[in-house]
Design a protein around this ligand. Structure first.
Ligand SMILES: [Zn+2]
Length: 92
């Protein structure tokens, strides 16, 4: 899907622009529907990616509906909890 490029590229679930995977934060949807920041990028489960920008985090937190990477909708509460976690924990 990434064509001839060697660098894996992912789509940001905030702004929906594509970026090199290594530049992005990985999120994993847990079975109970919440989202965890996957700092090491190795946790199993449906993953999604966000830029390291609060702008994108906010866009994702505000937007409703199904997130394709997670194959399901993510509840507003889970999205806002993630936003808090990113603000508190991500040392950017
Ligand atoms: Zn983005």
């Amino acid at each position: 899907m990434s064509g001839r490029r060697h660098i894996p590229v992912r789509t940001c679930i905030g702004c929906r622009e594509r970026e090199a995977q290594k530049e992005m934060l990985r999120l994993v949807r847990t079975p109970n529907g919440s989202l965890r920041l996957d700092a090491a990028g190795r946790q199993p489960g449906r993953g999604g990616y966000l830029h390291r920008r609060e702008d994108c985090w906010k866009k994702f937190a505000k937007r409703g509906g199904t997130v394709r990477s997670f194959r399901s909708a993510v509840q507003l509460q889970a999205r806002q909890a993630l936003l808090e976690e990113l603000r508190a924990g991500a040392d950017l």
